[in-house]
Design a protein around this ligand. Structure first.
Ligand SMILES: C[S@@+](CC[C@H](N)C(=O)[O-])C[C@H]1O[C@@H](n2cnc3c(N)ncnc32)[C@H](O)[C@@H]1O
Length: 228
């Protein structure tokens, strides 16, 4: 850890996160998801792929009764635990493991997840790599969620246009969710995506837009699925 602390504000909540270049730091997607996170007091929340712990800490601050935060990376779990202490969030249970393995047989009122979604044929850091089409983790998060939500429970996820927005919406609907779009943003391509442009253009579901400065941008939607 570098020891530098970054402070974020979501509504009236203030969250402090210790910078760590090997752990995914809160991004435009994280913050957009965070601004749309509605927590019922006392509810049970899962943050799947917690990274720095940001969304789990926010859920705790917004009144969740209990939060289970998971990640496949031991380093992320260590960082998230430290960040929870830094924010005095003491009702978060951190668990190491892939997808729903750490919560077998458990149910939640809300599952929030910002899965790695960068499409690439060659491996990228695990916190951002979503496999060749970007959907490897995302699809499993959606397919597994129904079994881990109480009736009326919600799945809250972002989806980026590079992995197919319509495809994601349909997968959620087919899995039994009533789907709503809560938010939308566009974000300019970074250097890594610019280098991958030819590959992204070859993906059948990927799309992008130009902003008023002529920059290539991906689109992001925040989707909420309510389990009937
Ligand atoms: C894009 S980051 C999001 C981190 C954090 N939730 C946020 O929004 O800032 C994705 C996180 O998912 C984790 N991850 C990747 N594959 C996973 C899997 N199969 N099961 C659980 N976590 C996974 C990564 O280690 C990483 O911390």
């Amino acid at each position: 850890m570098s020891g530098r602390i970054i402070e974020y504000r979501i509504g009236s909540a203030r969250i402090r996160i210790m910078a760590d270049r090997k752990v995914y730091m809160p991004s435009a997607a994280t913050l957009c998801l965070a601004r749309n996170m509605r927590i019922e007091s006392g509810s049970r929340v899962m943050d799947l792929g917690t990274g720095s712990g940001f969304l789990a800490i926010l859920a705790s601050k917004l009144g969740a009764g209990e939060v289970v935060a998971t990640d496949i990376s031991a380093r992320a779990i260590r960082a998230a635990k430290s960040n929870a202490m830094l924010n005095s969030a003491d009702n978060i249970d951190f668990r190491l493991g892939s997808l729903y393995e750490p919560v077998i047989g458990e149910k939640f009122d809300l599952i929030v997840s910002n899965p790695p979604m960068t499409p690439s044929k060659s491996p990228l850091p695990r916190y951002t790599w979503g496999g060749a089409d970007g959907r490897e983790v995302l699809d499993e998060v959606i397919r597994g969620a129904v079994d881990h939500l109480r009736s009326g429970g919600r799945l809250l996820i972002p989806v980026i246009s590079l992995v197919g927005i319509g495809r994601t919406y349909r997968l959620m609907a087919d899995a039994g969710f009533n789907v709503k779009v809560l938010d939308y943003l566009t974000h300019p391509f970074g250097k890594r995506l610019m280098r991958m442009l030819d590959y992204l253009r070859s993906l059948p579901y990927a799309d992008y837009v130009y902003d008023s400065y002529g920059r290539l941008c991906w689109r992001l939607l925040v989707l909420e699925g309510v389990r009937s």
